[in-house]
Design a protein around this ligand. Structure first.
Ligand SMILES: Nc1ncnc2c1ncn2[C@@H]1O[C@H](COP(=O)(O)OP(=O)(O)OP(=O)(O)O)[C@@H](O)[C@H]1O
Length: 292
């Protein structure tokens, strides 16, 4: 399967934080959600992909091409929706569009205005007077108007109310009707990812913990509940992010079949979701760090 994005052994060191040898790929024709808690390294990774900051080592390919050597070409094919405002505040939507559009060979004015109408965007309003949601929709209108094959978004839904969010997610589904399109977006709103992501890449503390299809993840991982007496050094090793209460324990397992083999009918094994997966995994990783 072709990759729209491929990172191999990418590292970036800040004084107090490192992205540590990260490798992952984003499959063409699918939606990949980039999930991780605050400060995990999502924005830094996305900025490296966009060549806004430079990796210390490793390689990044977009559409199979080195992202720096072919920057102009690959950027024509990318629609980038960024959490921070990167437009000129004092310009109206229409004026800003006039500045941006000549940069793209495939610019489609009719499609831009169609999207603007669909989103109820006020063409004559200045960027600084737009709400967060409107700015986000404007960015998306730009991405669509130059027929971007790959849409990369950093926390696109985080500042949006539920109605806006649902509209934007509907739009993503619409975009994905075209099998040539790829969406890669970061979020910690797990319900949004659950709704539309085909693949999940999970980053924590500058490391990729796993990347899989969402369906495989939700099938493999599960919540385990049982009596505390079942916990010993061996069984603890099998469980992730154990939470003990007066009544028993609950934890995450990365292998529900093995869990059944280990504990038999002594435990309850329940379906998990991406939110629990994130919470238990982060708790497990923190615990590992404390005990090592
Ligand atoms: N220019 C920089 N100099 C030093 N440290 C930085 C710089 N940019 C980011 N960091 C640090 O890198 C870490 C990861 O930040 P990043 O913004 O990539 O995380 P994130 O997963 O996007 O978080 P959030 O969900 O909160 O936006 C943080 O600890 C941050 O303080």
């Amino acid at each position: 399967m072709e990759n729209a994005i491929e990172l191999k052994n990418v590292s970036k060191n800040y004084k107090q934080f490192s992205l540590d040898n990260i490798s992952f790929s984003v499959k063409k024709g699918f939606v990949t959600g980039f999930i991780g808690p605050n400060g995990a390294g999502k924005t830094s990774t996305i900025k490296m992909i966009m060549n806004l900051i430079h990796a210390d080592s490793g390689s990044i390919e977009l559409f199979g091409l080195d992202h720096k050597l072919n920057e102009r070409f690959v950027k024509e094919r990318i629609g980038f929706v960024y959490a921070e405002n990167h437009f000129y505040d004092h310009l109206t939507i229409d004026k800003m569009k006039k500045i941006i559009s000549p940069f793209y060979k495939n610019w489609d004015d009719a499609l831009f205005y169609e999207t603007v109408r669909k989103f109820d965007l006020p063409l004559k309003r200045k960027i600084k007077q737009l709400s967060t949601g409107m700015k986000m929709k404007f960015s998306l209108a730009i991405a669509l108007a130059h027929h971007a094959d790959l849409i990369i978004m950093d926390e696109p839904t985080s500042g949006l109310d539920p109605v806006f969010r649902s509209e934007v997610l509907d739009l993503f589904s619409e975009i994905m009707q075209d099998e040539e399109k790829t969406i890669f977006f970061s979020s910690h709103i797990t319900s949004d990812l659950e709704q539309i992501a085909d693949y999940i890449t999970f980053i924590y503390d500058g490391r990729i913990l796993f990347q899989e299809t969402k369906d495989d993840i939700l099938e493999r991982f599960a919540i385990v509940k049982g009596d505390r007496q079942l916990l010993d050094a061996d069984t603890r090793k099998h469980l992730i992010g154990i939470r003990e209460t007066d009544f028993g324990f609950e934890a995450l397992t990365a292998d529900r079949v093995e869990t059944r083999e280990i504990f038999g009918k002594e435990v309850l094994i329940e379906q998990t979701n991406l939110e629990q997966l994130m919470v238990f995994t982060v708790r497990g990783e923190k615990h590992k760090r404390i005990s090592s």
